[in-house]
Design a binder for this molecule. Structure first.
Ligand SMILES: [Fe+2]
Length: 359
């Protein structure tokens, strides 16, 4: 469809010439004679391009131009100037006119300016369309980001709930296993729970990360789980074991590792359990590991295990007095036990023991 043009000029003769030239080219023309009615004419016109004279008696072209630039941003304006008005022409371009044509208007100048103005209009419309598209896309993107944040939040809550359930199930499972050992080995009633308190407190003082404290907690309760595989008569024998019996009891760290291997969340635990009878100087079993090669959790369990064995009554002997226990811990520091763990234990003896007794 042919483009729509609004011609604003106070001189009827000029309006007629312009209209004739443009109508011949198929453009649809609206006319305004300027003056006070010009703004109403602009509102009604729904035009695509405007040709406007600068010098008009009542309201001049510059004022009309300012109005168009403010209210009709996608309508290019061609200003008509007198031959002597070149500086004015430059000025109107600066104020937002698209082009200017000098009077008297020639057909060629007029048509060329009008064609360029319509191309400019296409560009302005396309730009506006793209800007809207970009805006729409931005809003969509922001919505998507908000939605995915909300979804993520929901999923996090669900995951942490599921993890909490899993952890409490795991803890119940560990407790049941620990009770199984105590049921079989009558000498160790309450030992698993005391071990748990002693080891967790030692781990906290040493500054272990929370996840390692959890591993230590499970490992300390289950360190003797392998005794399930040891003959009950030997386990509950009153008095010292002979060499053959000792050898049989020594299988329990490996049996323990086998029981827990492959159970989710118990991988780290089974490694500690395998090493809980290793000695710091390499004289322990089953692998004869030395020093730092023994997992830290296992070194903590060894110290707590020795303390608990000495401090509690057994059917065939009474628990030792505290000064005697301290003396023994110092004696085996660096040989059976990690000297660092013994130091921490002795320095914090009161707190650690109190914690284990309260439970
Ligand atoms: Fe053991």
């Amino acid at each position: 469809m042919a483009g729509k043009i609004l011609i604003i000029d106070d001189e009827e003769a000029v309006r007629k010439v312009l209209k004739t030239h443009l109508a011949k080219e198929g453009y649809r023309i609206n006319i305004s004679s300027g003056g006070k009615g010009v703004f109403e004419d602009l509102k009604q016109s729904r035009t695509q391009v405007i040709i406007c004279d600068i010098k008009m008696p009542e309201i001049d072209g510059l004022e009309v131009l300012d109005y168009i630039r403010l209210h009709m941003k996608t309508v290019p304006v061609i200003m008509l100037t007198g031959l002597t008005d070149i500086s004015v022409a430059v000025d109107v371009m600066k104020r937002g006119a698209f082009d200017y044509v000098t009077k008297p208007v020639t057909k060629n100048d007029l048509l060329s300016a009008v064609q360029k103005a319509f191309s400019q209009r296409e560009l302005l419309l396309e730009n506006r369309r793209l800007a809207r598209e970009v805006k729409r896309y931005q809003i969509l993107l922001e919505q998507k980001i908000i939605e995915s944040r909300e979804n993520l939040g929901h999923r996090n809550v669900e995951l942490s709930k599921a993890y909490g359930t899993l952890k409490s199930m795991n803890f119940r499972f560990v407790n049941v296993l620990a009770e199984t050992i105590e049921a079989k080995d009558h000498h160790t009633r309450g030992h698993c729970n005391r071990m748990r308190m002693l080891c967790v407190e030692l781990g906290r003082i040493i500054g272990l990360e929370q996840k390692n404290i959890e591993l230590l907690e499970y490992a300390s309760m289950l360190h003797d789980i392998g005794k399930i595989g040891v003959n009950e008569l030997i386990l509950n024998k009153e008095g010292p074991l002979n060499e053959e019996e000792k050898e049989h009891v020594r299988i329990h760290p490996e049996v323990g590792r086998k029981i827990l291997k492959g159970i989710p969340l118990m991988e780290g635990v089974s490694d500690i359990i395998l090493s809980h009878h290793e000695n710091y100087d390499g004289s322990g079993y089953p692998r004869g590991l030395k020093g730092e090669a023994i997992p830290l959790g296992a070194r903590i369990i060894s110290a707590a295990d020795l303390y608990d064995a000495m401090s509690n009554d057994r059917p065939y002997r009474k628990g030792r007095p505290l000064d005697n226990i301290i003396k023994e811990l110092k004696r085996v520091s660096g040989t059976q036990l990690d000297p660092y763990i013994v130091d921490v234990f002795l320095e914090n003896m009161e707190t650690i023991v109190k914690k284990s007794e309260v439970q």
